[in-house]
Design a protein. Structure first.
Length: 234
């Protein structure tokens, strides 16, 4: 059953209306996204060839872009923009594209090649608090970056993150391996050098694995510092 999209913006005491750019998307996808964002009280702006120029003059809180061979120009412009570099990035996955190639840009949320209304609405709802700057309500940051994990027996597994917090992360590993116990995680957060954190597998659900950072590991503080910077709390 498809979701019913009814525009019911949340109450916002600051009257702040975030804007999300829909960059070079087809009309059908634009319509789906506009209705989903409107339900969360978020404005959308359709942008085409002039988007990189607009970044120098306007501020956006989010951006939706197709992850294809043309995406790099848009992503470079976003992350190099002084006023827009912290915006939430939504990537629509193109067929045959390895999303780990976009790790350095810090894509926050992925949508499938032909996302339906329900999946789009779920993705938008998962990031509403970030877009509305309701940071105290949001403890997990959606983020897609490449990651590797080494088990205590020396086996290595590769995948990409889905969410990260100061206490741990969720990961989709290639091949859906069964993991347990302690692992050593290696990854690079956007604009940061490669880092390593010890973690414990705390749950597995389908193709997702939940990992909790060990409190004694110094790498955990590096993750927390990055999150504070991303949220503008540093």
């Amino acid at each position: 059953m498809s979701a019913t999209l009814v525009s019911r913006p949340p109450q916002n005491s600051s009257n702040f209306a975030p804007r999300v750019a829909l960059v070079k998307l087809d009309s059908a996808m634009v319509e789906i996204l506009q209705k989903a964002f409107a339900q969360c009280g978020i404005d959308t702006v359709v942008a085409y060839e002039d988007f990189a120029t607009r970044l120098a003059k306007e501020q956006f809180q989010g951006c939706v872009v197709n992850l294809d061979e043309h995406a790099l120009i848009t992503l470079d412009a976003v992350r190099s923009s002084r006023s827009n570099r912290r915006m939430i990035l939504y990537g629509i996955v193109s067929a045959g594209i390895d999303v780990r190639a976009f790790s350095r840009y810090g894509i926050n949320t992925l949508l499938g090649p032909r996302p339906d209304r329900t999946s789009v609405l779920n993705a938008v709802r998962s990031t509403c608090a970030l877009l509305l700057h309701e940071l105290r309500r949001y403890v997990r940051i959606p983020l897609v970056i490449a990651i590797s994990a080494e088990s205590q027996s020396g086996q290595r597994f590769f995948g990409s993150t889905r969410e990260i917090s100061g206490g741990g992360m969720s990961v989709q590993f290639t091949g859906n391996p069964e993991l347990s116990g302690k692992v050593r995680l290696s990854f690079s957060l956007p604009d940061k050098p490669s880092m390593s954190v010890a973690a414990v597998v705390c749950w597995q659900n389908g193709d997702s694995t939940g990992l909790q950072f060990e409190t004694s590991d110094s790498g955990r503080q590096g993750v927390k510092s990055w999150i504070d910077s991303f949220l503008g709390l540093d």
